[in-house]
Ligand binder design. Structure first.
Ligand SMILES: [Zn+2]
Length: 465
């Protein structure tokens, strides 16, 4: 307390003396007269400034010596650690100053300066847990991967910094594309910090990419437990993972388990098209036709989709076109005005060769929403009705340049994917595919095979030729 008061007093006197000196300098013009005892010196302006600077340095040195002397007096009075404390305090101050400078250098993008400050701070502080973090980030910024890796490995040695080390190494492996090691590191990081949201997300993504559906479901549940994902999104993603697991089980021949999982996935997210399709097949295989129809109706209500119609057709594979039209009434009366429903009804009528009914079902769709499928259906209907080849060709020509209508489009990278998948084939995003019209620049992906409608047999190919 007394010491800081003295320091303040010193500086007040110093400032006063400088102000006084500057005043004299102004008044006397070229020379400064200083009288010491009986002698008198005359100083030029430059010499006066140098004298002032020397005074400042002198005062600073005096303060340092005084600080040391205070420590020395305390030591002599029996305070044995006073001198070492004096030095370590000074070291610590310089160390933290270097650390702060290093962090500022990092924030302003001066990696080299940050690195040298980290080394300086390490010399003064001997706190590798603090300084290694700075060095690692500086090394990353410099692009010195080897050095950063060495530092991360050092961080693994301390309980407090182990997570940072694992995370750093994991990010390096991810950047190198070594996903196998990255997934092991992500698992380790997850064990160290199960609440860490970023680790959960990275691990989940890696597990989904590696098709480790079971592991991914565990991670997803941890996300929910720690409040890092909304409940409804969790249900939807859990359903996505369950569908994928069910698919794999089906391939492996474990059909009973695959069926249970499909039904579970559908219960989690009744709107998810692939889950509804698989659940309907599962119910059908178990002889529970009512449930099969129910899940398909519910999914159609959320989003009419050709896959749902195809699964509905599968329920009774060998029926006459007329019987099929009757049975499909259960599906088509859910959302009768949706374009998908209208095109489906038209297709069913075409298959039954009832072209006037097909035309009625399609209505003005070829004008209001002229997609490839709507226009191709129009061509088939016109042909069935016995219109001129010119009319039929006109619709087919229009269809060639028409938009595709809804497709599986990635919400993240906006590319069109040929089929639904849990992970986007282009950007690797998890659960990013949505059934919607493709952006304009992607519409050119239409393939010739897609020109043929879902349920139409022969007949049409002849006119395509
Ligand atoms: Zn994507």
């Amino acid at each position: 307390m007394l010491w800081s008061l003295l320091k303040i007093l010193f500086f007040v006197i110093l400032v006063a003396a400088l102000a006084y000196g500057a005043g004299i300098l102004m008044e006397t013009g070229p020379g400064l007269r200083v009288a010491v005892a009986d002698m008198e010196f005359v100083l030029g302006p430059l010499q006066a400034v140098i004298l002032a600077l020397l005074t400042v340095v002198g005062v600073w040195l005096l303060l340092r010596v005084a600080g040391f002397l205070v420590a020395l007096v305390r030591f002599l009075n029996g305070d044995e650690t006073a001198i070492s404390r004096y030095f370590s305090r000074s070291r610590e101050r310089r160390g933290f100053q270097a650390l702060a400078d290093g962090m500022l250098a990092l924030a302003s993008g001066e990696a080299r300066l940050a690195m040298s400050n980290a080394a300086k701070a390490e010399r003064f502080l001997r706190r590798p847990d603090l300084t290694n973090l700075l060095s690692a980030q500086a090394a990353e910024m410099l692009g010195d991967k080897g050095r950063a890796r060495d530092i991360y490995k050092k961080l693994l040695g301390d309980d407090r910094t182990r997570f940072v080390g694992v995370r750093g190494l994991m990010k390096q492996k991810l950047a190198e594309g070594d996903t196998e090691t990255a997934i092991k590191l992500a698992e380790k990081a997850f064990v160290l910090k199960p609440r860490h949201a970023e680790t959960q997300t990275t691990l989940l993504q890696l597990q989904a990419n590696a098709e480790d559906w079971k592991g991914a479901r565990k991670t997803l549940n941890a996300k929910l437990r720690h409040g890092n994902i909304p409940r409804d999104l969790h249900r939807r993603r859990d359903a996505v993972l369950a569908v994928c697991e069910a698919r794999d089980l089906m391939v492996d021949g474990d059909e009973p388990r695959a069926r249970d999982l499909s039904i579970e996935a559908n219960k989690l997210s009744p709107d998810l098209v692939p889950a509804a399709v698989m659940a309907a097949r599962a119910y059908h295989a178990q002889g529970r036709e009512k449930q099969a129809v129910r899940v398909l109706r519910r999914a159609w209500e959320a989003q009419p989709h050709p896959d749902i119609a195809a699964a509905f057709a599968e329920l009774v594979p060998d029926e006459t076109p007329q019987d099929r039209i009757l049975r499909f009434g259960q599906l088509t009366d859910v959302r009768p005005d949706d374009p998908e429903t209208r095109m489906l009804t038209a297709e069913l009528a075409i298959a039954a060769e009832d072209f006037p009914a097909a035309r009625k079902a399609l209505g003005d769709l070829a004008d209001t929403a002229p997609t490839v499928r709507a226009l191709t259906l129009m061509a088939a209907i016109e042909r069935g009705l016995g219109s001129d080849d010119e009319v039929v060709r006109g619709f087919l020509a229009k269809a060639l340049g028409a938009p595709r209508g809804p497709q599986w489009v990635c919400d993240s990278c906006a590319t069109v994917q040929p089929a639904w998948a849990p992970v986007c084939g282009h950007c690797g995003g998890f659960d990013t595919l949505a059934w919607k019209p493709a952006p304009a620049n992607q519409a050119a992906l239409a393939g010739a095979s897609d020109m043929l409608p879902l349920l139409v047999g022969g007949g049409l190919e002849k006119s395509v030729e």
